[in-house]
Design a protein around this ligand. Structure first.
Ligand code: NAP
Length: 268
């Protein structure tokens, strides 16, 4: 059984630790202890949260109920291992979309994932009600606890297993990082021709709104969808000074064609 107020420890003092720590506190679930490898970072976050802190994994409180490991993906296992000696009975979760929950299985009996599917930065306040929380745990009562907690600090809660979350993360890279990279390319192309990026803002907003309101595949427009090869050839020529972007243009256009005409490809 979990007490109404679990004793929470956060490992790490980066962006996720800051945002989750402050949100938990704001929702009446204060963080008892911050442990992180850099003393100054642990102290700064702990001061904000009114919690204890340490830069020594061995000093994490043994009677904690919930450990949130919010460190870089490739450090999760090592940090989990380092903490497991001090807190063997804790429910240990990490916050990574790309890492299986089972990475903590060798070190903790109770382990899981508490992954907020959003891009966080320190300067921007998250809109918690719109962030999907993807939770999972080895034990059903821990899943229940994570779901309830996610509901307290957010609104959208999904139970997502390791293989689902792995593909969700790939999809998020397409929806977020690759889309944003395309925005960045567009910005540079306009900049090279003394045009303000703001000119594209309404088009970007409309694209996003249509993709959300309907299916993005159904909402696609443009020369690749139309099979307008003359226009595509002109575009490819205009990109002659940017061979990477030319390749990207060709590949994306091919992929759009494949969606509507599986045997198609763009002409060279
Ligand atoms: N930021 C996001 O948008 C986002 C969204 C969802 C999930 N996540 C996940 O949340 C976790 C943390 O991400 P973040 O964005 O908060 O990262 P971050 O801001 O870069 O902070 C990383 C934290 O990890 C610690 N760290 C890095 N390498 C370490 C090591 N070798 N040993 C021990 N600690 C180490 C850092 O310690 P120092 O302070 O000493 O450098 C820092 O406290 C990751 O698993 C990430 O995938 C992030």
């Amino acid at each position: 059984m979990h007490s109404p107020l679990p004793k929470i420890v956060i490992a790490g003092a980066g962006r996720i630790a800051w945002h989750l720590g402050r949100r938990l506190k704001g929702k009446g679930m204060p963080v008892a202890h911050v442990v992180s490898r850099t003393a100054a970072h642990a102290r700064e976050l702990a001061q904000t949260l009114g919690s204890d802190w340490s830069d020594d994994w061995a000093e994490a409180p043994a009677d904690a109920d919930w450990l949130l490991i919010a460190v870089r993906d490739d450090a999760i296992a090592a940090v989990g291992e380092a903490l497991s000696a001090a807190m063997p009975g804790v429910l240990a979760t990490h916050t990574s979309g790309a890492t299986p929950g089972t990475v903590l299985a060798p070190f903790f009996k109770r382990y899981g994932v508490f992954y907020p599917l959003q891009s966080f930065s320190k300067e921007r306040m998250p809109v918690w009600s719109k962030i999907p929380f993807c939770v999972d745990a080895a034990d059903p009562s821990d899943i229940l606890f994570l779901k309830k907690t996610a509901k307290v600090i957010g609104n959208l809660v999904y139970q997502v297993n390791d293989s689902q979350r792995a593909m969700l993360h790939v999809a998020a890279v397409f929806a977020n990082n690759f889309t944003n990279h395309c925005f960045a390319i567009a910005e540079k192309l306009l900049d090279e021709h003394d045009l303000p990026f703001e000119m594209l803002h309404p088009l970007m907003e409309e694209t996003l709104q249509k993709a959300i309101a309907d299916s993005p595949a159904r909402m696609q427009t443009g020369p690749a969808l139309r099979g307008d090869t003359d226009t595509m050839q002109r575009h490819l020529s205009l990109l002659a000074g940017h061979l990477h972007w030319q390749t990207l243009y060709r590949n994306l256009s091919d992929d759009i064609r494949q969606e509507i005409e599986p045997s198609a490809g763009t002409d060279e």
